[in-house]
Design a protein around this ligand. Structure first.
Ligand SMILES: *Cc1c(COP(=O)(O)O)cnc(C)c1O
Length: 298
């Protein structure tokens, strides 16, 4: 078993839970708290640490390295690259697209952490979950652990459950962004029968996102709804109305959001409150999943 204790002193856990009372229409009808997983660590931020913890701990001590996948702005690769540096494990990142002439700030960080970058075409990247491609990679990277994109695998669920267990105040609903679905699945699997989860789809994925979430919840009761009207045009699409919302939020609120994940969640929340989606007196937890490194532009 790999020992990840070297990281424990660096991480701010349990993450803070902070009251959230914006002057938004309908906000006075409910009680809201933000679970500040963005505050776990400046680099190993948010849900990516939750998803990686048990996957890493289950690796054999003598592992020769870790291989994983992501885009040029990936929060997952950023967190995993830093973790591997701290634990002294060689890390190979397979990147969607060729940024060799023009690396993003995230990729420059990875280079600093000593990550080996492998740029592949979008066509090859599409094969990232195919068993024949994974077999080829296993030959190319012997005795290394291959972790899926976003760290989303069954082992991720337990770490997300720990996040929910840290919340010691009673609540009725919990809100989080949905991309690969592992975070929402971990949340849903932690709820009591009187609680429900609201996912905010950050990409166009009606039915698809539900199928991703459900694959991690075999045979479990599933109390959740995914709201599909807040993707703002698609994954990582940040139209002017959203960037203006985030800018104003960041000037006036006690913590920061970005446009890819948390910005869409708070944008959605504002609308759901104004349309009285939640009953009077409802107690809501909003999970801030982190990802603020993604705000940096090239
Ligand atoms: C990856 C990521 C998500 C999406 O989580 P999934 O488990 O893939 O649904 C949400 N927020 C942030 C900040 C992320 O980096």
């Amino acid at each position: 078993m790999l020992n990840t204790e070297a990281l424990d002193t660096e991480l701010n856990l349990p993450s803070p839970l902070e009251k959230f009372a914006p002057e938004w229409e309908g906000a006075e009808r409910v009680t809201m708290y933000v679970k500040r997983d963005d505050a776990i660590h400046s680099i190993i931020s948010g849900n990516k640490w939750r998803k990686l913890k048990y996957a890493l701990q289950s690796l054999p001590k003598d592992i020769s390295g870790v291989v994983s996948f992501g885009g040029g702005f990936s929060n997952h690769l950023h967190a995993l690259g830093f973790v591997c540096k701290q634990l002294n494990i060689p890390f190979h990142a397979i990147i969607r697209g060729d940024y060799s002439q023009n690396p993003t700030p995230m990729l420059n960080d990875l280079l600093q952490y000593g990550t080996h970058l492998h740029y592949v075409t979008k066509v090859i990247y599409k094969r990232r979950n195919d068993s024949d491609y994974l077999r080829e990679l296993q030959t190319q990277f012997p005795n290394m652990a291959i972790i899926p994109e976003g760290g989303s695998q069954q082992a991720a669920i337990r770490g997300v459950q720990e996040m929910v267990q840290e919340i010691t105040i009673p609540f009725d609903s919990i809100i989080a962004p949905v991309a690969s679905g592992a975070t929402l699945a971990g949340i849903v699997s932690s709820l009591s029968s009187s609680q429900t989860a609201h996912g905010i789809g950050v990409l166009k994925g009606e039915n698809y996102l539900e199928s991703l979430v459900n694959q991690f919840l075999p045979g479990e009761s599933r109390s959740y709804t995914i709201h599909h009207q807040f993707h703002c045009g698609g994954y990582a699409k940040i139209p002017p109305y959203l960037s203006e919302f985030c800018d104003y939020f960041n000037q006036t609120m006690p913590f920061k959001i970005e446009g890819v994940y948390s910005g869409k969640v708070f944008w959605a929340l504002k609308h759901l409150l104004s349309t009285h989606t939640f009953a009077q007196g409802h107690r809501i937890i909003i999970v801030h999943t982190g990802g603020l490194q993604g705000m940096r532009c090239t």
